[in-house]
Design a protein around this ligand. Structure first.
Ligand code: GAP
Length: 436
């Protein structure tokens, strides 16, 4: 099993992910994607969009504003309940998420349960704790030039509400038949008490969410369908090994306030099993609340029978960073004399690396540039490398997951063949340029 610090080190060394605001000493819970990270992330997000939206007839996309009318978060229950258990050490005033200090504890941990566990403060080692308090995780801001209670707004803690608030707009413009879904990808913000494990728990993250609207009586059937499709996406499209994914039927006391059933897909990350994504049955909780708070009807009218009702909702929700880390965890290998990222070809930042065997032979460089240009037209994601010796180039391309390295040598000038070296097997074969 790969170690988290090795993945973090590779990400920085090869330009996948840097600490946020690195030059100023960082900003806890934020991360910046570098050139290679952006490429892998875009491939992954495009794969999600293609699978869930483009290839289907029952899904529609939206891209809503991040700062929404604050009534959104009152109606959704986030102002009242989107909180984690915060505990403070009375000695050093360190603040921690109580459930993360006690093995097996959940977010609903009480002060009594916490004190019973007899934990030491991770900072000063004392055991003098204050009562557990609920800490709301939404980031607040003020909109406009007046900084008082009337101008308070929030950075969205989930992309889902931008979907719910547009549900009626989509119905009234697209006239979809039930069941149908609305999908969105975008940033979400959570003032996590303890961001941790690299990009697993961030204060600024991105989500890819679907709200799937169904007839109330159909929810179980649709839930099962989406559950199966989630596995298809994670295992067949993204290529995560099935044995690293485990379902957790979340007990009622640990479910979010809106959920009547949640199955979390857990993943074997380097530091242990953690939530990769959730599949939640949100009932009509959100649409009914919006109807009540806005005074606008959220009913769906059946085109044939004329029957009107508020649809129920199933929500598959996945974090971009968590999927990114799952992909790296599954792909990272330390082998005898190399580190290799065995990324699926469709996700790899570059599909080919082209290089001349020797940098100081103009005829080889010219031929290699010709091959590079032709491959670039065909595959777009092609890189050029003429630094160091060939062994060093292979090492670098292995670390960034490039599936094939193409090398132009003196035989190329004679017979028009090149060496193609495979990332996973390290085998080299001679191939005609036009067969690449
Ligand atoms: N709309 C439902 C919702 O937001 P959630 O379980 O709180 O539910 C959904 O979040 C997914 O978003 C999680 O399964 C995880 O992949 C990702 N996620 C949530 N909080 C995160 C954080 N602080 N850092 C990184 N990803 C996070």
């Amino acid at each position: 099993m790969s170690k988290l610090e090795d993945i973090v080190s590779l990400c920085k060394r090869r330009g996948f992910i840097f600490p946020g605001s690195d030059v100023y000493g960082g900003m806890a819970g934020t991360w910046d994607f570098g050139p290679l990270g952006v490429m892998l992330k875009r491939n992954m997000m495009n794969a999600w969009w293609s699978f869930w939206v483009d290839q289907r007839d029952d899904m529609y996309g939206v891209d809503a504003a991040i700062i929404m009318n604050p009534k959104t978060w009152e109606a959704s229950g986030h102002v009242a309940t989107f909180a984690d258990p915060l505990v403070e050490c009375k000695e050093c005033h360190g603040r921690f998420r109580a459930d993360k200090l006690v093995e097996g504890a959940t977010e609903s941990i009480s002060t009594e349960e916490f004190l019973k566990a007899d934990v030491k403060c991770p900072t000063c080692g004392k055991k003098n704790w204050d009562e557990i308090k609920k800490f709301n995780m939404m980031f607040q801001t003020h909109v406009g030039p007046v900084m008082d209670d009337s101008s308070i707004a929030y950075l969205r803690p989930e992309t889902a509400q931008g979907i719910f608030t547009n549900y009626k707009n989509v119905v009234d413009t697209i006239y979809p038949n039930l069941p149908f879904g609305i999908a969105q990808q975008g940033k979400a913000f959570r003032n996590e008490i303890s961001p941790r494990d690299f990009i697993l728990r961030d204060r600024e993250c991105s989500q890819m969410e679907i709200e799937y609207f169904v007839r109330p009586e159909e929810w179980e059937e649709q839930f099962e369908k989406l559950r199966k499709e989630q596995h298809d996406f994670l295992e067949s499209v993204i290529g995560l090994p099935a044995e690293m994914i485990h379902e957790l039927d979340v007990p009622a006391e640990d479910r979010a306030h809106y959920s009547k059933r949640t199955i979390d897909m857990m993943f074997d990350y380097p530091n242990g099993e953690e939530e990769l994504m959730g599949l939640a049955y949100r009932t009509d909780f959100d649409l009914s609340n919006i109807q009540r708070e806005s005074g606008k009807s959220m009913e769906y009218r059946d085109k044939v029978t004329g029957e009107a009702f508020i649809p129920h909702v199933i929500e598959p929700s996945i974090g971009v960073e968590r999927l990114f880390l799952a992909i790296l965890t599954a792909a990272y290998r330390e082998e005898e004399d190399r580190v290799v990222l065995r990324l699926p070809e469709s996700l790899a930042p570059y599909k080919f690396c082209v290089s001349p065997l020797l940098k100081n032979k103009p005829e080889l460089v010219a031929k290699a540039q010709e091959v590079y240009a032709a491959l670039k037209v065909k595959y777009t994601f092609v890189t050029w490398d003429d630094s160091g010796n060939i062994g060093k180039r292979y090492k670098k391309q292995d670390e960034i997951g490039t599936p094939k390295c193409v090398v132009i040598d003196f035989d190329t000038l004679e017979d028009g063949t090149v060496t193609v070296r495979d990332r996973d097997t390290t085998e080299q074969v001679r191939v005609k340029i036009e067969e690449l």
